[in-house]
Design a protein around this ligand. Structure first.
Ligand SMILES: [Zn+2]
Length: 441
């Protein structure tokens, strides 16, 4: 459904523009924040559908322009939607974001499938405290509460996935004999189901199967030895704690990522298509860049696992690197074992990772962009929604070109979705190692 707010006037510069909102399938308030097409001041609209009548709405830094009675076709137009890229046009634009989305579908994709994804996202974001508690219960080993929360989050799928009856859970006491391994399995099986909303509803078993096929090629006793090493030096436990934080971070901000999920999985139009000025209806750029940085850091912590497995596969020992020397600006870098690898700077690690599990997908990890965010070395063009990441450290001589890279915020969000999916794949590998390769600890 499309709701027209007619002509709106910016309270900062008094310029008017035409505005309409396509309603998402959310039940509560829908928030839109965008910059004025005239002065670039920040404007917001909050809107809530009401059954049988027009929606309730609040305008912030905006007023309805009731004076104007002429032809509205010559005004700039802003067409908003939470689920699809928003459109800002200089003149009349007959198509809504929803219509453009349906026209741009790639072969075999359907809007109904995407609706199933947004329905799942709605459910998790409406119950974000339950997701956060699910991670806390796992961390603090509150087994009964973990199971009850998992039952709530998995809904009808709980019995097929966890296979415990209500009487057992309700009468569960701390004295019951549940092993640490059982708790890990309950937790991960639930987590994989919950994450499928961000993985295009892919069946978690497919990902597990791919990782198992990779592990099947490697000497099991050596993998167990490696697992014991990672357990004893606390890497396994600390990595799991770190990347579990990312899931609730993404779900609590899922609205930012919907249009990019649509563009990545369902649309034939790219994020940077010059003919369509696609935008995000809610661009909290600092929050989005913070998530990008956290994801890159979490993924780089997980490199240890896939490098150790690759070493076992290549040379029979997790500590033995086939290629252990790399030259950078005439400086020789030598690593003798996995501990030395783990302490390398993030940008250097990739030089020792060829042949690792998911190696091709690691290309989506940009250390340079991560550094630009961490050092506050970026600029944002609010009107075009373009972030420019600067890679120079100090002042740049005027004769030399600045080293930088620009991305639209929709592109950054698509990168975040790719990074999240990569992190999730690596988490599946951690799960298998944690739960099925325990030998001595
Ligand atoms: Zn303005």
């Amino acid at each position: 459904m499309n709701y027209s707010l007619s002509l709106l006037e910016c309270d900062y510069c008094r310029e008017s523009f035409s505005c309409s909102i396509g309603l998402s399938n959310k039940t509560g308030w829908q928030s839109f924040s965008f910059c004025c097409p005239g002065c670039s001041g920040i404007l917001s609209i909050e809107l809530k559908p009401v059954l049988g009548q027009g929606p309730e709405y609040k305008l912030i830094n905006l007023t309805i322009n009731e004076r104007f009675e002429g032809d509205r076709c010559n005004f700039k137009i802003v067409r908003l939607h939470l689920d699809f890229p928003t459109i800002v046009f200089d003149t009349y634009m007959p198509f809504s974001p929803y219509t453009i989305a349906t026209m741009s579908l790639k072969n075999g994709a359907s809007i109904d499938d995407y609706k199933s994804v947004t329905n799942e996202l709605n459910f998790y974001s409406e119950n974000i405290e339950k997701i956060q508690s699910f991670f806390i219960f796992y961390k603090n080993k509150r087994v009964k509460e973990l199971l009850l929360t998992s039952k709530f989050l998995l809904r009808d799928n709980f019995y097929a996935i966890i296979n415990l009856d209500d009487d057992y859970i309700n009468n569960f006491s701390v004295l019951d004999n549940v092993s640490e391994l059982d708790v890990d399995v309950f937790f991960y099986k639930s987590l994989f189901f919950i994450s499928s909303a961000l993985n295009d509803l892919e069946c978690p078993d497919d990902e597990i199967r791919k990782a198992l096929t990779y592990l099947a090629e490697i000497d099991k006793s050596k993998v167990c030895e490696f697992r014991t090493y990672l357990h004893n030096n606390k890497h396994l436990q600390s990595s799991i704690k770190t990347f579990n934080k990312i899931y609730s971070l993404i779900y609590s901000n899922e609205e930012f990522f919907r249009p990019s999920i649509f563009l990545t999985d369902y649309s034939g139009v790219g994020c940077k298509d010059s003919k369509l000025p696609l935008r995000l209806a809610n661009d909290k750029v600092e929050v989005i860049l913070g998530i990008y940085k956290d994801l890159v850091e979490v993924i780089s912590k997980q490199y240890v696992l896939i490098v150790g497995l690759r070493n076992i596969n290549n040379n029979g020992e997790y500590n033995k690197f086939k290629k252990n020397v790399h030259y950078i600006r005439n400086k020789k870098i030598v690593i003798n074992n996995i501990a030395e690898f783990s302490s390398l700077d993030l940008g250097l690690k990739i030089n020792f990772m060829e042949g690792c599990y998911c190696f091709d997908e690691l290309k989506c990890v940009s250390n340079k962009i991560r550094n630009a965010i961490a050092h506050n070395n970026w600029e944002y063009d609010e009107k075009r929604q373009v972030v420019t990441f600067c890679f120079d450290k100090g002042i740049v001589d005027s004769s030399r070109k600045l080293k930088s890279e620009s991305k639209t915020i929709l592109e950054v969000n698509s990168d975040i979705i790719s990074l999240f999916r990569l992190m999730h794949k690596l988490n599946v590998m951690y799960y298998l190692l944690l739960c099925f390769f325990a030998c001595d600890d």
